[in-house]
Design a protein around this ligand. Structure first.
Ligand code: C5P
Length: 302
């Protein structure tokens, strides 16, 4: 069994409409995901039957649990169990570039990568639909990390439908000093909305048109995030980062997913460099990075 390395992308949300929580505490979503060019790599090596381990290196690696809570380990175990893989075991090595607790689906990317890596390592050849089902059980964003590209997410975000769009977009991502736990941001949104009627979440038609036409300016006008108000309430200093992006002429400046990562749409790569430089030199964030999207979902690279 030759070792397998899989690369999985981070996501940004171009739209994130959040409904009222249902009885299980989850919120119905209408979202548009885009996979962007910042990746975690997961390498899977065969181990003794029943032995599963993980080692984590790279950005924020100290913040990732290496026990049974690790989402990549859970993914590997789940694949082995559901497909009754005889003698399955794996030593996983996650190399992180996606920030932890940054609202960019870093843990979900690792789970998606582990599913694809162990599927190849053990020669399971699970059908795509089977992998997507396991992914949905592991977390709301995991199916999208498998699919990649640009896609509409519904349900909890786990029901993913690819969007046929044109072109590639130049983004800048600004990482904050500290992460923000996703459940806390949803709870803050519920608190802000308490006593108010919350409409069913829908993806704006204007945004879908912008994607179909590949029009960055129109896309910038249509980007939206219901979690932004909650993230700003919890981290007021994020407003300053958004202001710097606006002043640098970003087509849009917004919180990415549940934050605290912020997202800026640039006109082109050169403008993205200018926006990234403005953010870095203002000293408002830990790191400002240029990325492009869409990029493919989790795939074997070695
Ligand atoms: O599904 P996932 O494990 O990624 O979700 C992390 C947390 O985010 C959930 O435990 C829940 O608190 C919150 N969440 C939510 N509604 C969603 C997705 C996530 O409330 N649709």
């Amino acid at each position: 069994m030759a070792p397998v390395t899989v690369r999985a992308p981070a996501k940004v949300n171009l739209a994130l409409a959040v409904g009222a929580p249902s009885s299980d505490g989850f919120h119905p979503l209408a979202t548009v995901y885009q996979a962007v060019s910042v990746y975690d790599d997961v390498r899977a090596v065969a181990a003794e039957p029943g032995e599963f381990s993980v080692r984590v290196t790279g950005a924020d690696s100290d913040d990732v649990p290496t026990d049974e809570r690790n989402l990549a380990v859970r993914a590997a175990r789940m694949l082995a169990q559901r497909h009754d893989v005889k003698g399955a075991g794996a030593a996983l090595h996650i190399h992180k570039s996606v920030p932890v607790a940054g609202g960019m689906a870093g843990g979900s990317a690792d789970a998606a990568a582990a599913l694809v890596a162990c599927d190849a390592l053990w020669g399971v050849q699970a059908p795509r639909s089977g992998l997507l089902e396991l992914a949905a059980e592991l977390g709301s964003d995991v199916p999208f990390c498998l699919v990649g590209g640009t896609a509409v997410g519904s349900g909890r975000g786990e029901q993913v439908t690819p969007v046929l769009g044109r072109g590639s977009y130049s983004w800048v991502i600004a990482y904050a000093e500290r992460g923000l736990p996703t459940p806390q941001v949803y709870a803050e949104l519920d608190r802000i909305r308490a006593g108010r009627a919350v409409p069913l979440p829908v993806v704006p038609g204007q945004l879908m048109n912008a994607l179909r036409n590949g029009n960055a300016r129109a896309l910038g006008d249509a980007l939206c995030n219901d979690l932004q108000a909650a993230a700003l309430e919890l981290r007021p200093e994020l407003a300053r980062i958004l202001d710097v992006g606006d002043a640098a002429g970003a087509l849009a400046s917004l919180v990415s997913g549940s934050g605290p990562t912020t997202l800026f749409l640039a006109r082109d790569d050169e403008h993205a460099s200018d926006v990234a430089t403005a953010l870095s030199s203002a000293g408002v964030c830990r790191l400002a990075q240029r990325v492009t999207g869409p990029v493919p979902g989790a795939r074997v690279i070695r």
